[in-house]
Design a protein around this ligand. Structure first.
Ligand code: F6R
Length: 240
């Protein structure tokens, strides 16, 4: 794993942006695996600014997202589909039909997981962007998720529900379940870019980089990926 330490979250986002831009420039048909959450917001702002200033085109780019809350329709302001539209896609020339995410309202969980697994196998990702949970989760793969897992529905842990409650009016509104890409599929991306910012990620960063490779810390599996970059700001990297 290649580690890049930055002074703050802004520099983390700028460095991550250069990684993504290089891919988009060298392959206008690239497939980008994307993430939601607070961590990639600065990166998404850099992408939007660059699009406005330099016209970098996303017309043929396809994107595939990590996860989606179960039960929320695409139009729900807390759904990850809505998040992606509002924080990135609506500002770019990307085709909505080229942006993929699990269907949170799918009635049949098994069918939806199978559909997403098929899609992922047909669309090899040039890069997969990841944030890092405080407990080392990646996507919604919580501790002890098997490394061999594919798309599945998870019961979110109390800590993750609490962390995500800040985005809802009340913690009771946070969905208890989500669809998530599995760890095996995350590892299938040609390149992985994981970002971490803030002191509350310091433990997870330490375990991801220096700890044992164990299902107890899902992100530790990234040590086994041949082309993984972790960009961490000084607070997130403070225990290294
Ligand atoms: C988001 C996702 C999650 C987040 C993680 C960190 O699509 O899959 O694993 O990346 O929970 O969240 P933030 O960035 O909000 O700290």
């Amino acid at each position: 794993m290649k580690l890049i330490k930055t002074k703050d979250g802004e520099e983390m986002s700028a460095k991550a942006f250069h990684v993504i831009k290089d891919i988009v420039k060298s392959n206008p048909y690239a497939v980008l695996g994307l993430a939601t959450g607070t961590t990639p917001l600065g990166l998404y702002r850099c992408i939007i600014e660059d699009y406005k200033e330099n016209g970098t085109s996303y017309q043929h780019i396809r994107t595939v997202n990590l996860d989606e809350y179960q039960g929320l329709p695409k139009s729900h302001p807390q759904s990850y589909a809505y998040f992606m539209r509002e924080n990135l896609f609506r500002y770019l020339d990307i085709e909505e039909s080229n942006t993929y995410i699990e269907n949170g309202t799918a009635q049949n969980e098994a069918e939806e997981c199978a559909r997403y697994n098929k899609l992922l196998s047909e669309m090899p990702r040039d890069i997969q962007l990841l944030g890092l949970g405080r407990n080392g989760h990646i996507a919604f793969n919580e501790p002890f998720t098997p490394f061999g897992s594919k798309t599945h529905v998870v019961d979110l842990t109390e800590n993750t529900i609490k962390d995500n409650a800040r985005l809802f009016d009340d913690i009771s509104e946070v969905p208890r379940k989500a669809f998530t890409m599995g760890i095996k599929q995350i590892m299938h991306a040609k390149q992985i870019l994981i970002l971490a910012s803030g002191v509350n990620k310091a433990d997870a960063v330490y375990k991801t980089v220096c700890g044992e490779v164990t299902e107890e810390v899902p992100a530790s599996v990234l040590q086994l990926h041949p082309n993984c970059i972790l960009i961490a700001d000084s607070e997130a990297a403070s225990k290294l």
